[in-house]
Design a binder for this molecule. Structure first.
Ligand code: ADP
Ligand code: DP6
Ligand code: CO
Length: 324
């Protein structure tokens, strides 16, 4: 049982967002969602169950986490212990391969990699669907990072029915995401707190559920048809409508900073100049710009000029969970 297992999972960027839970404990979302897994950002996690341990030991990016900071990790290990009918503690070592403190989504790759490494280290052989359900218990967005390419998380109505599935896993469509890192610091409001406040206090939350249903129905055929304009228009408006839930919460809050608004205008300027590109952003100030491969050079040139070379990272569709 002390065999160490290492798994790698990539982050994903939501094109139709998950923003709200119907069940906090099981992490069942209010709506389905759809994402693109990215090749540039990933987490490697090693897990070994060791009878010599008297508690779980969790190290992330060379730093040993306190019991409080490792609570979500230990919760997922508890689920794995229950499934494998044993009570051995584990040593978890994880490294986020996200350009230094870029403040890009980490919980998705982190909990997908942990689900893969912990389940296999415990001797379980889970299907990808069951890995997706397990990853969901750590962080909702991790449900989708089990798969590569374009992925849909079906909201479902209980633990068994809430899992992700690939819409298009082997992506031959020449599209890219240009990430613009505008603020490397950790956000003040976590995704978990932010979505809970939005569900509880935004009067627009019922409308958001209708927006998501409509956007999902429209974006799936557009992705399968490689309809770039349609996909771009949907992902940009979906992101803005998600962020409207933060501005309309009580108390209101926002993940935008001044540079975020400037960068949004830069994207609109690029479009006006004939370079097709669309932005989205998760629970942070950093923009991810969806574009076609032929336009990467022009877009990165403009962003590098306006925001600096270190702030621009080009990513492509990435793969699903793997074991190293
Ligand atoms: P993000 O936008 O980065 O996903 P979240 O607020 O959703 O931000 O999640 C950040 C949480 O994920 C933090 O609690 C952090 O401790 C946890 N986390 C990040 N990377 C890892 C990792 N490699 N292993 C375990 N937990 C991680
Ligand atoms: C804006 O998955 O980080 O990135 O389930 O509470 O861990 P928890 O939240 P998390 O939320 C992600 C929110 C989002 C949109 C998305 O990824 O769909
Ligand atoms: Co997250």
């Amino acid at each position: 049982m002390t065999t160490a297992v290492t798994a790698r999972a990539h982050t994903n960027i939501a094109l139709v967002k998950y923003w709200g839970k119907a069940d906090q404990h099981l992490i069942l979302p209010e709506t389905s969602s759809l994402s693109l897994t990215l090749d540039q950002f990933y987490t490697d996690t090693t897990v070994a169950f060791d009878p010599a341990l008297s508690a779980d030991e969790v190290t992330v990016n060379q730093q040993r986490l306190s019991p409080a900071a490792s609570q979500k990790v230990r919760h997922l290990l508890d689920l794995v212990r229950a499934q494998s009918r044993q009570d051995t503690f584990a040593r978890v070592t994880s490294t986020n391969h996200v350009p230094m403190a870029a403040g890009l989504a980490s919980s998705a790759s982190a909990f997908a990699a942990l689900a893969g490494a912990a389940s296999q280290a415990a001797g379980l052989t889970l299907s990808r669907r069951d890995l997706s359900r397990l990853a969901r218990r750590g962080s909702g967005s991790a449900t989708r990072s089990i798969y590569g390419g374009f992925v849909e998380w079906h909201a479902g109505h209980n633990d068994a029915t809430s899992y992700a599935e690939p819409l298009l896993e082997q992506v031959t469509w020449p599209v890219a995401i240009v990430a613009l890192v505008l603020d490397p610091h950790q956000k003040r409001v976590s995704s978990r707190q932010g979505m809970q406040a939005s569900v509880a206090t935004s009067p627009y939350y019922p409308a958001w559920k209708q927006v998501v249903a409509h956007d999902l129905a429209a974006i799936k055929p557009a992705i399968l048809d490689h309809d770039f304009t349609q996909v771009g228009e949907i992902l940009e408006s979906n992101a803005m409508r998600m962020h409207a839930l933060t501005l309309s919460a009580d108390p209101a809050f926002s993940y935008f900073n001044g540079a975020t608004l400037t960068a949004m205008q830069t994207v609109r300027d690029l479009r006006a100049a004939g370079i097709a590109c669309y932005y989205t952003l998760d629970a942070g100030p950093n923009l991810k710009v969806f574009c076609q491969s032929q336009d990467i050079a022009a877009i990165t040139a403009r962003f590098t000029h306006d925001f600096g070379h270190d702030r621009v990272i080009v990513a492509h569709p990435g793969p699903g969970l793997s074991w190293l």
